[in-house]
Design a protein around this ligand. Sequence first.
Ligand SMILES: Cc1cc2nc3c(=O)[nH]c(=O)nc-3n(C[C@H](O)[C@H](O)[C@H](O)COP(=O)(O)OP(=O)(O)OC[C@H]3O[C@@H](n4cnc5c(N)ncnc54)[C@H](O)[C@@H]3O)c2cc1C
Length: 269
Amino acid sequence: MYAFRYQRPASVEAAIELARADEDAKYLAGGMTLIPAMKHRLAAPSQLIDLARLAQLKQCERIITGDQKAWRIGAGLRHVEVATHADMAKDLPALAALAGGIGDPQVRARGSLGGSVANNDPAADYPSALLALNAVVMTDQRRIAANAFFTGMFTTALEAQEMILAVEFPVPLRAAYAKFPHPATGYAMAGVFVAELTAGHWQVAVTGVAAGAFRWHQAETAIATGQAVPALDRDDLMEDMHAPGAYRAHLASVMLAKARSQLSDGVGM
Ligand SMILES: Cc1cc2nc3c(=O)[nH]c(=O)nc-3n(C[C@H](O)[C@H](O)[C@H](O)COP(=O)(O)OP(=O)(O)OC[C@H]3O[C@@H](n4cnc5c(N)ncnc54)[C@H](O)[C@@H]3O)c2cc1C
């Protein structure tokens, strides 16, 4: 690797100030993606601004607004912390299970919610949960609805040096997530998050099969009206050495059926 500066600011404000003073600086969460990218010279930041110890990014709280419950989960929470948060898991067992199925123990011990969401890998698990649950990404500047946040492969609506502080997940009536993991990494070959937000209002989001996670509207309508879910029909299916697009589309159907069977079993994951 080439030389770069390493900064460990004591507050979110100090981190933002450092980042705004240097357009080539990058925030560092767990380094699970950023450090390998630097090793391969796909990223060359002038400095790394380490967010890992910032207490403000570690908060996880239940928010009640009228009759709507939500969990505001700090961007700095590691996947293992989301997976094992007992109170949050009572309301959002599907999200806890999703976090517990990311990668391997080492990745879950270092990778963070904020890093995953900011990175927007097309095979990452969290984006499907954000889309299916109508989550809101809270940054230092604004609140961004999930459906406006993920803009393309590895791209998001974040402006340069904008920091994710937390993600707010509304609590659904019930939800489940099923993925077919890549055997080497755990990334989704296909992952489907299904949620009943209010009685009869279903949302389904898919990850791993196209350039980014997306809502599967035909499946939502079919579930709501009691019809058979049609095959996934898109012209931007991901084709790579791991699987052709048609196989991934088929996997999405299988994962949706698996998630729905977990719903009816009351497993909720
Ligand atoms: C072997 C392996 C297996 C994996 N398997 C899976 C899997 O099964 N499912 C899955 O979903 N993911 C998987 N991942 C991804 C992993 O879970 C991490 O979430 C992802 O790599 C991001 O890592 P990180 O949180 O350490 O962020 P970093 O690598 O530190 O940062 C990633 C990017 O996000 C930016 N960033 C970080 N925090 C913020 C913030 N608060 N605000 C704004 N920008 C920010 C950084 O500047 C950087 O550009 C895997 C990774 C590895 C290495």
